[in-house]
Design a binder for this molecule. Structure first.
Ligand SMILES: NC(=O)C1=CN([C@@H]2O[C@H](COP(=O)(O)OP(=O)(O)OC[C@H]3O[C@@H](n4cnc5c(N)ncnc54)[C@H](OP(=O)(O)O)[C@@H]3O)[C@@H](O)[C@H]2O)C=CC1
Ligand SMILES: O=C(CO)COP(=O)(O)O
Length: 339
């Protein structure tokens, strides 16, 4: 057991709450910051986050608050767990409040558009004198709080970050592996959301096991190929934050991205699907960003282009199957590293 530390988790949604509660259970004073003061006061009062994780008791070491300064200024470690579109904004707010030498970890699985910036790169751009890490893996918040045996990955090139995060998060039901390929771990978490949408769609059409196995495997090949072009370590995609998270979200309706795909596959519009979920489904924006980058780099990504066409270009859902089954000439080699 490490010394008792003070931790802040920024973002009181499902994952932020689950992570904050693990740390609190491990004996650390843990602030869970949420932007809505009324909601924070209610969580603090009833010891539950009824909007996001109804029925799960929050540990006594957890303090729900809307006071960002109080949460951050005394914290040794800060997790940021808000959707990617708000990530830079929250990081900027937090910058003047951070203790020097603190550890800042992103749990957000998305990409900033235009510049193709990952969340930990935003941390590098916006913060001085901090140690940076990324937490990612096959981690449904709902199952974490049920204490289902779960594994995640802390990725950093800084040993101090790895050691500290493993110490504060590890428990009988939560294991944290380490990886030095921060870029690959983070990219894996963002990319798998795209394929979860595709697999949700396929499930809505009633596809069989052959098709499901093909989709999962080709998704892994496609995301690995793209990531290699971007400089990630291909081995990372064989780990928890790659294939592990891909399997999780592509096979379960606990995934919001999968549910978006399922709803579109049933004939709903994208807007209806997203509204119905009512929580962040990062893959919807990520598919846009990745398609653009893949075109720029000349990387062959039939699932990404097929999904993009269905979601944003008004083509029918059968388009994805056609893209996959009738690939361009010379693209039916199983492992392609070059295009
Ligand atoms: N690392 C991992 O293994 C996992 C990571 N994730 C990722 O973590 C991120 C968050 O996911 P999750 O918690 O499940 O999402 P939710 O949709 O459950 O919650 C998002 C939270 O962020 C808050 N938020 C949104 N915008 C802002 C803002 N501008 N300022 C402050 N708070 C804001 C919301 O507040 P409000 O309630 O007021 O709207 C809400 O509390 C996503 O990127 C997701 O992909 C998810 C699961 C596992
Ligand atoms: O990333 C997740 C689990 O690892 C959560 O996936 P969804 O965002 O699709 O729910």
């Amino acid at each position: 057991m490490t010394d008792q530390l003070t931790i802040a988790v920024l973002g009181g949604g499902s994952f932020g709450t689950a992570i904050a509660n693990i740390i609190a259970v491990n004996g650390h004073k843990t602030y869970l910051w949420m932007r809505d003061a009324e909601r924070a006061a209610r969580c603090q009062d009833i010891r539950e986050n009824p909007e996001y994780l109804p029925g799960y008791k929050l540990n006594d070491n957890l303090i729900a608050t809307a006071d960002l300064q109080a949460a951050v200024e005394s914290s040794d470690v800060v997790f940021i767990s808000v959707p990617s579109k708000s990530f830079r904004d929250v990081t900027r707010k937090v910058a003047p409040l951070l203790k020097a030498d603190s550890i800042v970890v992103s749990t957000t699985k998305g990409i900033e558009p235009e510049s193709f910036t990952l969340m930990s790169q935003i941390l590098e751009q916006e913060l001085d004198d901090v140690h940076i890490g990324v937490l990612s893996g096959p981690n449904f918040a709902k199952e974490i709080v049920q204490q289902q045996q779960t594994a995640s990955v802390i990725a950093s090139d800084d040993e101090q970050v790895i050691e500290c995060i493993q110490n504060i998060l590890c428990s009988d039901s939560f294991r944290v592996y380490s990886n030095h390929d921060r870029y690959g771990v983070e990219l894996g978490g963002a990319l798998k959301n795209i394929y979860a949408i595709v697999c949700g769609m396929a499930a809505a059409w009633g596809t069989g096991h052959n098709t499901q196995a093909m989709l999962l495997t080709r998704s892994l090949a496609e995301m690995g190929r793209f990531a290699s072009h971007m400089g990630a370590d291909a081995m990372t995609f064989l780990g928890l934050a790659g294939v592990g998270d891909l399997i999780l979200t592509c096979t379960s309706d606990l995934s919001r991205n999968y549910r978006v795909g399922f709803a579109v596959g049933q004939g709903k519009t994208l807007e209806q699907a997203v509204e119905e979920i009512g929580q962040v489904a990062e893959g919807v924006n990520t598919v846009h960003i990745v398609k653009q980058k893949a075109e720029e780099l000349g990387v062959y990504m039939p699932l990404v282009t097929g999904l993009h066409a269905v979601l944003f270009e008004g083509v029918g859902v059968e388009h994805i199957a056609r893209k996959l089954m009738m690939g361009e000439q010379n693209t039916d080699v199983e492992f392609q590293t070059k295009n």
